[in-house]
Write a protein that binds this ligand. Structure first.
Ligand SMILES: [Zn+2]
Length: 117
């Protein structure tokens, strides 16, 4: 298993995720959680339709954020654990995780036999 390659892949995925998340929201420094932010107003005089659109857009951003944040956290967790002895070992049975699985998903914490979902 090539840890350097996996690290690069994880960092790449992290950066892509961060870009997407920065487009839709910001990291709340107090809670350390990502929050969706409403789109900037083009004009202060927006009508009711605009407001409804903006609300729907905000809802969509929020739900997207809830999907992306756990993925980001997984990647960050994997990056942190990369140098540990236990990296690439299944959390359940402690055996080596299959190379193919790690290549497909470097943040994987379990082997094929112990897939979480
Ligand atoms: Zn296992």
């Amino acid at each position: 298993m090539d840890k350097k390659k996996i690290k690069e892949k994880l960092e790449q995925e992290r950066d892509v995720l961060l870009e997407q998340m920065k487009d839709m929201g910001k990291l709340n420094a107090e809670t350390n959680e990502w929050e969706a932010t409403p789109e900037e107003l083009d004009s202060p005089e927006s009508d009711e339709n605009d407001k409804a659109d903006r609300f729907e857009d905000f809802e969509a951003r929020s739900s997207m954020m809830r999907t992306l944040e756990p993925r980001l956290n997984n990647i960050l967790k994997a990056l942190k654990g990369l140098n540990r002895e236990s990296f690439g070992k299944c959390e359940v049975c402690k055996k080596d995780i299959e190379n193919a699985r790690l290549e497909a998903n470097p943040a994987a914490q379990t082997c094929k036999n112990h897939l979480e979902n």
